[in-house]
Write a protein that binds this ligand. Structure first.
Ligand SMILES: C[S@@+](CC[C@H](N)C(=O)[O-])C[C@H]1O[C@@H](n2cnc3c(N)ncnc32)[C@H](O)[C@@H]1O
Length: 270
């Protein structure tokens, strides 16, 4: 990727440096323990994956959260305190932010293991096990809702977006975030390491901008803002993990500036 991204800019020196990286890595692959290392990361469903991930989710550095969080907070911070929903709340990251800002928060998630951490993290929130496809919440009952880094785990966006619109009052704000579809298309995924060291990836589906716009339109949601925070130099070492040490410039050339997250602010039509 680093070669491809330098090539069209006719940056000959950058291309030569990346090709030199490849030659060096191929020459030393038998000596480099990291290159010989297999990384078995079996794909698992969301319930299995988040049961394994719950204990480390808030502990291990997560480059996607670093990129996504400021963009989501910017879209939530001007909403007056009211009744707030964190749908697929996980360990309660955005629920805690909303509670700090004076909202009465309800958190819903399908994973009891993730919710157990949310309970300790945001004791003032009302938390319930539930699905994005059937939220245990009455129609038009929340002023603001957030659903972060979860819709990529659903094969079809539309039923969950319609369900989020159902519980939002007319004029209410919905903020959505996800791993950017470009990253999923390039092979990115929700990769995790559990407390026992096991590695896995939670199954994910690409939802392009056009899929989002179509789902919003059917659900009666108006787009108010869209943000696409990009990977910065601080996140690239985290993205590369142990491989960053082998070819740091190549990893920077491959990832820096690519969109990391896709974030939307929506309003329910009156
Ligand atoms: C990457 S975590 C995000 C947690 C939290 N929103 C955050 O941004 O830190 C994804 C969460 O979505 C939840 N999830 C996935 N599919 C779901 C579904 N169909 N219904 C409810 N929760 C779901 C998982 O259990 C997990 O807690």
């Amino acid at each position: 990727m680093g070669v491809l991204r330098s090539w069209l800019g006719a940056d000959r020196a950058a291309v030569d440096a990346r090709v030199a990286d490849l030659e060096r890595l191929l020459r030393t692959r038998d000596e480099e323990p990291l290159l010989a290392l297999e990384l078995p990361a079996p794909e698992v469903d969301a319930v299995t994956g988040y049961a394994a991930w719950a204990g480390t989710y808030d502990v291990l550095p997560n480059p996607l959260i670093r990129a996504e969080e400021p963009a989501v907070r910017r879209l939530l911070e001007d909403v007056s305190p009211g009744r707030a929903l964190d749908a697929a709340c996980g360990t309660g990251r955005h629920a805690a932010f909303l509670a700090e800002r004076g909202h009465r928060v309800i958190g819903v998630d399908r994973s009891p293991a993730m919710l157990a951490h949310a309970r300790a993290h945001v004791p003032e929130a009302t938390l319930a096990v539930g699905s994005l496809l059937a939220l245990p919440i009455p129609d038009a009952s929340v002023d603001v809702a957030v659903c972060a880094l979860a819709l990529m785990h659903l094969p079809d966006l539309r039923p969950a977006v319609a369900e989020l619109a159902r519980v939002l009052r007319p004029g209410g704000r919905l903020v959505l975030s996800d791993l950017h579809p470009t990253m999923l298309t390039l092979g990115g995924s929700a990769l995790y390491q559990g407390a026992d060291g096991t590695v896995g990836r939670v199954a994910g589906w690409v939802h392009r901008h056009e899929d989002h716009v179509a789902a919003f339109s059917v659900a009666g949601l108006e787009i108010r803002a869209c943000a696409e925070p990009a990977w910065s130099e601080e996140e690239v070492p985290l993205l590369g993990g142990p491989f960053f040490a082998l070819a740091p410039e190549a990893l920077r050339a491959a990832f820096e500036g690519l969109p990391a997250a896709l974030v939307w602010a929506l309003e329910r039509r009156a």
